[in-house]
Write a protein that binds this ligand. Structure first.
Ligand code: 13P
Length: 298
């Protein structure tokens, strides 16, 4: 199936009251496991990589093109609808590197930017992206995050419906990431409280799909209430690396018997393939929570 435009995926999700997962990858195995999970669950999915979890120097010296090509190739071979996202670029320049590289959607991490730069750079990215049929996710408001195991809410601010309306009108973004109590990079016991009423108010103020970042820390019941309130895309990162990393550690044990089989063989003994199976299982579980399971059949 060819790449499906992100707005098309999200409008089907909105009409049918589910959310499409963006399961952030970090290598070929994790990208493949994500697509395998989507196929096994008959679910649409968004695949890609993100600038918050990867060296910008590496991304800007070929990384964007390498992963964009792999993601686009996986999408083209897949039997389910897939969009590819270059997530959370650090600047207009870095995000523009995703255009023509295999991603059909891009996003900048703009938290903390001043309003003029935010509006101008986002509008410029929308113009450049739409010219080559790439969608843009914008964000307004700033998430708290877990840093060194502790909640850091110093720069955090909720998305106001008025600011969201102005931002969408001025920039023309295709979907909007909101800060509604969701928290980035939750690794421990912190439980965020997602403000469902605020999601509804923002949804009434704007005419684009809404996105919830920080999917790792949001409990399943809150996630489902957020979807019912109007969220149609959910980003998950940290939790996936936990699942994969722990599976990898368990598979590796203390010695490697046959390195040729253990690494890159794609046979039964390939430890990364085995960790990928654990990763796909967790992604399928999340697809059930998001309601996207079975939604690939239209
Ligand atoms: P988590 O790592 O908290 O799941 O957040 C992922 C994310 O929002 C990427 O954009």
């Amino acid at each position: 199936m060819p790449l499906v435009p992100l707005p098309e995926l999200l409008s089907h999700a909105g009409a049918n009251k589910y959310a499409v997962g963006y399961f952030e990858s970090w290598d070929v195995y994790s990208l493949q496991a994500t697509v395998a999970a989507a196929e096994a669950s008959n679910s649409p999915v968004i695949i890609g990589i993100g600038g918050l979890s990867c060296s910008h120097e590496w991304l800007q010296s070929g990384g964007i093109e390498i992963y964009g090509a792999i993601a686009a190739s996986l999408a083209a071979r897949s039997s389910v609808p897939i969009s590819t996202l270059f997530n959370e670029a650090d600047s207009f320049r870095e995000a523009a590197g995703g255009l023509g590289a295999g991603f059909n959607s891009v996003m900048m991490h703009t938290q903390g930017w001043d309003q003029d730069k935010l509006l101008a750079d986002t509008a410029s990215l929308v113009a450049a992206s739409h010219a080559v049929n790439v969608a843009v996710e914008g964000e307004i408001g700033a998430l708290a995050e877990i840093k060194d195991g502790v909640l850091d809410a110093a720069g955090a601010s909720y998305t106001s419906p008025e600011a969201a309306e102005l931002f969408v009108r001025e920039t023309g973004v295709d979907c909007l990431a909101v800060a509604v109590g969701n928290v980035h990079f939750v690794t421990g016991s912190h439980v965020p409280t997602v403000q469902v009423d605020l999601i509804k108010q923002i949804g009434e103020a704007v005419n684009v799909p809404l996105v919830l970042h920080g999917g790792s820390g949001t409990p399943d019941d809150q996630t489902q209430r957020a979807v019912q309130a109007g969220i149609t895309k959910i980003n998950v990162g940290t939790k996936l690396k936990f699942v994969y990393g722990n599976a990898l550690v368990a598979e590796l044990g203390s010695t490697v018997d046959d390195p040729n089989l253990a690494f890159g063989s794609r046979f039964e003994a390939d430890v990364n393939s085995r960790a990928g199976v654990a990763l796909a299982k967790e992604i399928q579980r999340l697809m059930d929570v998001f309601g996207s399971t079975g939604q690939a059949k239209r």
